[in-house]
Design a binder for this molecule. Sequence first.
Ligand SMILES: [Zn+2]
Length: 542
Amino acid sequence: MTTFDTLILGDIRTMNPEMSTAEAVAVINGEIAWLGTRAEAEQLTAQETQDFGTQMILPGFVDAHIHPILGAEMARGFDLSEVTTTQQLDDALTQAAASTGEGEWVFAWGLDPTVIADRNICAADIDRSVVDQPVFIRMFDAHSGVVNSRALQLSGVDGTEQFKSQSEVEIDAQGKPTGFLKEWEAMNLVNQVMPAIPFETRLELFLEVLESMADEGITGGQILDRTDGMLDLVRAAEERGELPIRLTFSPWIMPGDQDEIITEIIDMQGTTGRRWGVDGVKLMIDGTIDNGTSWLSYPDINGQSTRPLWLDPASYREVLLRLDAQGIRTTTHAIGDAGVEYVLDVIAETTQPHAADDKPGHRIEHIETLPDRLVPRFTEVGAAVSMQPRHCTLFCAPDGSDNWSQRLGDDRRKDAWRTNSIRQTGAVVAIGSDWPVAPSDPLAVIAEGELRRQVGKPETEPVVPDEALSREALIAGYTSDRARSWGETDRGMIANGMLADFTIFDQDVFAVDADDLPTVNVVATIIGGKLRRPANTASAAR
Ligand SMILES: [Zn+2]
């Protein structure tokens, strides 16, 4: 008779429509080998038993979109996300400079552009508080940054720079850089002269983030970016012990990337460690609405967001079709409706099997504004989608006073984050956080995907409440549908042959009131049959 490694008991919700509940699951070699009732389980032998009583066991939650390595740079230095006035900005920067060594770089992040009305924040706004030290502030959308005069001087940025992507060093009427830098290539000019974060520090920060995600009930995440030495970093992390969550790397290919970089990324596919692997490629067709760099079918209120990130989108098409021909899955950041449509048109040309066998070959990230006519097209071309409900609830004010809504105007605000309309067409919708752009806690993401407003604030008006997803759809977005969105057949459900990855909660997460979801505790996560308890039961970083 078979001896199982582990027998796990509890209120099991499989997310498998063929057998939606169970009371016991048995694991061998990190995989699910048996599923049944408590009574049936009494007949089994296992080396160990984990009995969770009436607590709820779900397939391990996987965040479809995270940046745990790049995050160290994206969230470097002082957190300005609570700053709402110029006075607060001055105070925060003065304090940040005072607590940084003389002449050293001051880093900050998370700043909301609405802190300065009617124009982009510029060097003079920072010079007011910090003159002798170079300052770099990354804006909250991570797609733009602002530096002070000292940093401009050190980097030699003079406003005459040319880019391979739709990046921009903003200049004033005299042609001098204002200090505002749009998109990666422009920010890189300054990044090059900043002190790099030491490898050991990056490793510590990386592991810290993964631990806190595991505390929140996450068992896996898809890393959608590319950072120097990222595989060295994950290998070093795995030398120390098991990763707290599984990781899928889908490195990005950016406009202007040379052929040798593209080849390197293609060759990297299939590289694996114990709990990580490289699978697929991230692409970006545009920037963000907040930054005026998304690709809209007609301009925003400032006359911006009219172009793709690729100076010639045909080069994007070429890269995607080349990857597709090699059987490599892609996911494309597409925020504006013109960008989304372009990506859909390219996906329509792909040849890899997708909708037909229920394995979408390609995916689209974000989709922040979408007219009716484009809603049915995801299923038509077999594209999966990946959306982040808290980009809507945290950064969109229900009264339309925020930068995103202002730029789009009233006619387009109603087309915000159409999660429900898209899912109703039968499209596969994966859910995620885009950490560190928004917090990673999946229960808060689920609550706000359903409420369309911030959790615990019932007095707040929701943003386009018709686009709310059901609890079931949101949980599927972290489990079964997330796996389908990436063509993964070995996870996302509790069924025989699947990886033994589970997330265990102390309450029924299908039944709890959405505003009470933050009171649900993560009891444990299990990866490949290995149990991990959260550092503290009231999980961190809410
Ligand atoms: Zn992202």
